[in-house]
Write a protein that binds this ligand. Sequence first.
Ligand code: FES
Length: 134
Amino acid sequence: MYSEKVMDHFSNPRNVGEIEDPSGVGTVGNAKCGDIMRMYLDIDDNGIIQDAKFKTFGCGAAVATSSMATELVKGRTVTQALEVTNKAVMEALDGLPPEKVHCSLLAEEAIHAALWDYAKKNDISIEGLEDPVK
Ligand code: FES
């Protein structure tokens, strides 16, 4: 039912933890299942994501998608990070069962929330990024 990549990222999640004094941090949750994901980003002066870490209190698919999402945003610019949609995360994991698609949405939302926090702190706007709490 789950791809090998999903199982791999679930069993050996990459980038678990926190970043002290992050450039941006965002926490999102899904009201239905109660799962919570927090994403930390370290962004340099050129707007490049140097590091990403996450903490997820949630299902296996949420852990796997957070892990893959952090891998995908590292080394990218903040604008490129917006291309790491839930679809992109799912594709990178070789798919998710339909009932688990909402878990990957949490990863996309967590990236957006962390980027929003970064933009707010630096008083900048990132093209294409909207306030995630709106
Ligand atoms: Fe809700 Fe996976 S069951 S995030």
